[in-house]
Design a protein around this ligand. Structure first.
Ligand SMILES: [Zn+2]
Length: 290
């Protein structure tokens, strides 16, 4: 059974590199049945940004890549931008913790401006280091995250969070932090979720699940909102380090072969959750609808 012509197929979190596979990877995604990519920015230069101009260049690279993908492949792309939270850890020894935190805040403000102007749909990735850091840095990272939540609140958009895998206590902590910034938990997305924490134990936070076969089968029965993602890294030096960009459409095709009821479940990660969390109703681009 082919995918229904009105069902979008969306990878909710991936990275592409202009010097990596880039547009060609998006073409593979489209050939497998994918229609939309949510493209998260990343550091493209390999050096830690020390100025707001470097972040502006980084975000511009993401927007340019999105335009190239749209025009060359017909895949719809939505961008997610923010300074990578771990940049703060690496910038601190170079420019000092205080300046590094100021830079994070300024880059978050810039990201919020791009959301308000319609270039991006969310702030991401924001968060805290998934590894231990010394006290002063930990505090700085946490206040950067607080600022990120405030910017998301003011820009009226989701915040896509990078963190260690969360259990119910972790979800509760994150929801409490969002509440302090007066950001609704339903606007906070935990990306790269690898374990299924039942909805009542997630304190309203929205998981974006890694599209591993077993996990997808497990979450398919869950009530929304939730998303599917590969976190594709487009790094030729690390092939196989992450899921391939064609994974989400491949899973969608496999699931759709189970019948109409299974196809209905796919509307949760590809339609309903985007409506609830992003206020966006994805439409299948003309190219595949035909
Ligand atoms: Zn990522």
């Amino acid at each position: 059974m082919p995918l229904p012509s009105d069902l979008p197929v969306i990878d909710h979190h991936c990275h592409l590199h202009p010097n990596g596979e880039g547009v060609a990877a998006a073409r593979r995604f489209a050939a497998a049945g994918g229609t939309h990519l949510v493209l998260a920015t990343q550091n493209y230069t390999g050096t830690i940004p020390r100025s707001i101009e470097e972040y502006r260049d980084q975000f511009d690279t993401t927007f340019q890549l999105a335009r190239a993908i749209r025009s060359d492949t017909g895949v719809e792309v939505r961008c997610v931008v923010a300074p990578y939270p771990i940049d703060l850890v690496h910038a601190a020894p170079l420019i000092g913790v205080g300046k590094a935190l100021d830079l994070q805040r300024a880059a978050l403000d810039l990201a919020g401006r791009f959301v308000r102007e319609g270039e991006a749909v969310a702030l991401g990735e924001v968060g805290t280091p998934h590894f231990p850091v010394e006290e002063e840095l930990r505090t700085a990272c946490e206040s950067a995250l607080d600022h990120a939540f405030e910017v998301a609140r003011d820009a009226d958009c989701p915040a896509v969070v990078h963190s260690a895998d969360l259990d119910s206590a972790g979800y509760r902590d994150l929801a409490a932090r969002a509440a302090r910034a007066r950001l609704a938990p339903g606007r906070v997305v935990k990306h790269y979720a690898r374990s299924l924490v039942p909805r009542p134990d997630r304190a309203g936070i929205v998981p974006s699940f890694l599209a591993r076969r077993e996990l997808v089968n497990e979450v398919l029965e869950q009530e929304g909102p939730w998303f599917l993602e590969t976190d594709f890294l487009d790094d030729p030096a690390r092939p196989g380090a992450v899921l391939d960009l064609a994974t989400v459409p491949r899973r969608a095709v496999a699931i759709s072969e189970r019948g109409a009821e299974a196809i209905e479940r796919l509307r949760i990660p590809f339609v309903e959750s985007f409506r609830t969390v992003y206020g966006w109703s994805p439409q299948v681009p003309e190219r595949r609808a035909r």
